[in-house]
Each structure stands twice: as C-alpha cells, then as structure tokens.
Design a protein around this ligand. Structure first.
Ligand code: SF4
Length: 213
C-alpha cells in the first residue's frame, strides 16, 4: 500500500500491466536458437555450417513451414534465401504481404548433406524445435510447403498431391498444404495449382486477420 501511495505521489494515475510484447517472443525464439546451436540430437550438426531457426514476424498469424535448409540457407543461416526462397518471396508478395510480415521456418534446422531428403530419424529428433517454435509464435494459419512439412505436421504418410489445397487442422490451427517452391521451380506446370492454393490461403488469411485483435 505504501508503495502505491509512493507511486501516486510521483504522479502515476494507474499502473500499466505487463503485457506479452514482441520482446517476449523474440527472447523465447532467441533461446531456441541458442539451443539449436548446441543441438547434437541428430548427425546433421556435424555437416551443417549454420543452423537455420527461421525468420520473420514472431507475431504473424501466418507461418510457412518448409523442408530443410539448402546450400544458400546453410551459408547464411537464414531460411528460403536461394532460388526457392525467391519464389516464396514472390508468392508472399502476390498475397499482398511483405516477407517480413509472416514467419518462415523449416522442419529441419540443419542442412542435409547434398540437399538429400530428410530422414525419418532426423525429423523425429528435430520435431520438438518446430513444435516449440509454433507454440511461441502462436500462428492461426500454417502453410506447409511440400511433402515433408505436410507429413510431419499432420502425421500422415499421404503425398502432397493428395493433401494440397484443402484445409486441415493441427492443434486447433488451420493448415493449408501446398507444393514446395523448389518443386515448382523443377515442375512449373504445377504453378497454376499452387496459385489456386495460395488464393485460398490469402482468403483465409484476410478472414483471420479481420478477426484478429
Ligand atoms: S537437424 Fe535438428 S535435431 Fe538435427 S542437429 Fe540440427 S537442430 Fe538438432
């Protein structure tokens, strides 16, 4: 009580309550990044140059999840900065957003040598990091890019071709699977289908954003 009176004397009319702010999430993500730096839960730590946690707005309602870092991502320690990253950035811009407005990460935080496919034991070892990342960011919408992200998040063995373009759910979060940008670069004939998916993603993003407080 004496403390409150003292504050009153100092001119405070009310006490601002501590709210979760950007720093809280950034701090938690930084802690996660430090854990990933020390991680030896699978052999990929031996061959990577830089682990890649992810980047973007930690308060975004939209999270993109890809497969794993490639050569350029491994060099820079940033997600989606190679050719596939350029395409993802274009996709985000086509949604009317800036790349920094969303959050982008991968299932694996370290590059598989030669960009080979992630192995089941590596995905299993790295999964807790992605799970915690989602818990910190609290997105309302997740776009899984490609087979591995989709299978990992949804716990399915189905291929991306049968999963893409329809909304699923994970722990109450809407999930829209679509093709990985690297796949689209190799198979441009699938870009039209991907754009159909992205239009659904845009509509749902706008819908959730309008209700976001
Ligand atoms: S890929 Fe994931 S589990 Fe494997 S060493 Fe890197 S951070 Fe650890």
């Amino acid at each position: 009580m004496a403390f409150l009176k003292h504050l009153q004397l100092l001119g405070f009319q009310f006490i601002p309550l501590q709210r979760e702010n950007c720093d809280d999430r950034e701090r938690e993500l930084e802690n996660l990044r430090l854990e990933i730096l020390r991680c030896k839960a699978c052999p990929l730590y031996k061959t990577r140059k830089n682990p890649v946690l992810g980047e973007g707005n930690p308060h975004s309602i939209l999270l993109f999840v890809g497969e794993a870092p490639g050569a350029e991502e491994d060099e820079q320690g940033r997600p989606f900065v190679g050719k596939a990253g350029e395409l993802l950035t274009k996709i985000i811009k086509a949604m009317g957003l800036e790349r920094g407005e969303v959050y982008i990460t991968n299932v694996l935080k370290c590059r598989p040598p030669g960009n080979r496919n992630p192995r089941p034991e590596e995905i299993k070892a790295c999964w807790p990091f992605l799970e915690r990342q989602i818990e910190i960011i609290k997105p309302k919408l997740i776009c899984t890019l490609g087979t591995f992200a989709t299978q990992t998040l949804l716990g399915t063995q189905e291929k991306i071709t049968s999963q893409r373009g329809t909304f699923k759910e994970w722990k109450g979060i809407k999930v829209l699977p679509t093709f990985h940008p690297a796949f689209l670069l190799r198979n441009p004939q699938y870009k039209r289908l991907a754009w159909d998916d992205i239009k659904k993603l845009m509509a749902e993003y706008q819908n959730l954003k309008s209700r976001d407080v």
